[in-house]
Each structure stands twice: as C-alpha cells, then as structure tokens.
Design a protein around this ligand. Structure first.
Ligand SMILES: Nc1ncnc2c1ncn2[C@@H]1O[C@H](COP(=O)(O)OP(=O)(O)OP(=O)(O)O)[C@@H](O)[C@H]1O
Ligand SMILES: [Mg+2]
Length: 305
C-alpha cells in the first residue's frame, strides 16, 4: 500500500458552513504527519471523518485501503484514535482502564495480560498499575490514554492535540514515544499547536478555514514559505509598535515573539533603514516554524474572498 491515508477533495459542511473544504492529502506508512492550523480551521472535523465517525459531505478518501464512506466500520476497527477530549475512567485504575479498552477492542483474555503489560511499559507507567486514573497528573493521564488508544496495535494512529495542557517535559516524553511507534511502522497523524512538536514531524500539512494551504517537510517550509529578509528587533513598547512598523514600505509583515518583534523585510538592504527608524539593533535570523505558521495564517486571511 502506497499510502496509509489518502483523500481527494474531502469536504464536510455543517448546514451552509464549510468546515473542511476539498482537502486532498496523502500520508505514507510509518510517517508522522503533523496537522496544523488555527483554531476552528477544521482539524478535528477532518480527523473525525478519517476515523469513520463523521460522514463526509462530498469527496472521498481511504484509510488503510478502506473507503471512508463505504467502510467506516472496518476503519474504526483498524485504527487508534485519541480525541481532543479523550476520556479515561477516573474511578478505574491504570490497569483497569487498559483492561477495559482491551475488552472494547475484543482482545482475547489470553492475550490481554501481555498487551496490558506492554502498554504499561510503553507509557512508562510501571509501578502505577493500581493508581486510580483520576489521581494521575496530566502527562501521565495522556500517556495512559495513548496506551488505551493503541492497545489493539493499530497501523494508523490519529492524535488530536494529545499534549495540550501538559508540561513541556511531558510533551517531549510523549513525542519520544510517538517517534518510537513510527519507527516501528505505525502511521501517525497528529494535530498540535506546539511548534517544537511540529518540528519533529516528517511532514506538515497546514490548513486554514478548511483548506490545505501548505504541505511539506519542516525544513522545506522554513526554506520556502518566508520570502524576504527576516530580522529580530527589541524595542520598548514593542507589541504596540508592530502595527506601526508594518506601515513602512519595505516591511512585509511583523509578528510579536515575547519581548521581540520579527520583521520581514523586502531585502537585506533595508536592515539599516529599520534600525534608523526604530533606533534599535536589528539582527537577521533564520525563520522558525513559528514564523512559517504565522506567515501562512496571515496570507490566508489576506487572500480570503
Ligand atoms: N457538529 C458541528 N456543528 C456545527 N459546526 C461545527 C461542528 N463541528 C465543528 N464545527 C465548526 O467547524 C469548524 C471547524 O471545527 P474543528 O473542531 O474541526 O476545528 P479545529 O481546527 O479542530 O479547531 P481547534 O484548534 O480549536 O481544535 C469550527 O468553526 C466549528 O465551530
Ligand atoms: Mg480541534
């Protein structure tokens, strides 16, 4: 199979509103596919269609070769899904939660013990088997939820913002596990708002208002999306001055990054002009994925009909 996931013009409407708009994507087996986009851009809606739990309005797609419209039940049995609001049973222990999901997936009694042990090891929950899920902290809960989602050893795993609300250390931990799964052949589609996570994906799709507007490796996106000369500048009252700077003829766009402003200039020859105008030093920087993300979000808004 060439693609684990593939769609053609996949569309979902809610009444007159188009949440996902003619989306065409392809994900290779074993790939970690980052699915990025602003709030409300249609990420969860897409994932729900790919999981076979929401019917597409039009367009088509396959997951593991099964048709989205015609074989959603087959898809549901073959994939793992961790929803944005995943649910564990707070009043069951770690072990009992895994046992419950093993039952849901129809894993035989004989095999269950071994699978649960495997998940506990993978999720680094050894020693916490008898702790109530409700008493686990955020990062641990997320790893347990992952264990529940992959206890059936799915070939494709859909993760919808799996790391929102957990510490940076836990997020890194979580992604290490994801990388491990992918290196052993699992295909992973993951939505995230964190650029350090996007950086660890093999491929990134960026959607806005339901439409795909960029799809490439993190390296290529950084190389190709930002056109011009990007500089960083720190000026007092920076946030309030970003809009002001954007009015300069040689400034393409500005974005605020903590205390600093990133300014995209038409070319390197304007660095001096910017320094003269602001009275601050401007240093040329290489674009980060954050810059790419911001730039793509704005482009879409500007060209929106
Ligand atoms: N069942 C529904 N009925 C009506 N509108 C919906 C429904 N589900 C989603 N939407 C709308 O579709 C759009 C896309 O929602 P979706 O949840 O897919 O976005 P998202 O990219 O996952 O956002 P977030 O980053 O906030 O999770 C939103 O405007 C949302 O309000
Ligand atoms: Mg969502």
């Amino acid at each position: 199979m060439e693609y684990a996931v593939s769609t053609r013009d996949l569309t979902r409407k809610f009444g007159d509103f188009t949440a996902v708009d003619r989306l065409t994507i392809r994900i290779r087996p074993g790939e970690i596919y980052g699915f990025l986009g602003p709030n409300g851009s249609g990420k969860s809606t897409t994932i729900r269609m790919l999981c076979g739990i929401l019917e597409p309005t039009s367009g088509s797609g396959t997951v593991l070769g099964y048709d989205l419209a015609g074989e959603p039940e087959k898809i549901k049995r073959k994939i793992g899904y961790m929803s944005q609001k995943f649910s564990l049973y707070d009043d069951l222990t770690v072990y009992e939660n895994l046992d419950f999901y093993a039952g849901l997936y129809g894993i035989s009694r004989r095999e269950r013990k071994e699978r649960i042990g495997e998940m506990i090891g993978m999720a680094m929950l050894t020693g916490s088997e008898n702790v109530l899920a409700g008493n686990l902290s955020g990062g641990w809960k997320q790893r347990l939820a992952l264990g529940c989602a992959i206890i059936s050893r799915p070939a494709v795993l859909f993760l919808d913002e799996p790391t929102s609300g957990v510490s940076p250390a836990s997020r890194r931990h979580f992604f290490k596990i994801i990388r491990g799964l992918a290196s052993r052949g699992t295909t992973v589609m993951v939505t995230t708002h964190f650029m350090d996570e996007a950086e660890r994906c093999h491929s990134i799709a960026f959607i806005s208002e339901g439409r795909l507007i960029a799809n490439d490796t993190p390296e290529n996106l950084k190389k190709n999306v930002i056109k011009g000369c990007l500089v960083e500048i720190e000026i007092p009252g920076g946030i309030n001055r970003a809009a002001d700077l954007e009015k300069l003829p040689y400034v393409r766009e500005c974005s605020v990054h903590g205390a600093a402003i990133h300014v995209l200039l038409d070319g390197e020859q304007y660095v001096r002009d910017l320094e003269a105008y602001t009275g601050a030093r401007a240093g040329v920087i290489t674009p980060s994925l954050d810059d790419v993300f911001i730039s793509l979000s704005r482009k879409r808004r500007r060209t929106a009909p």
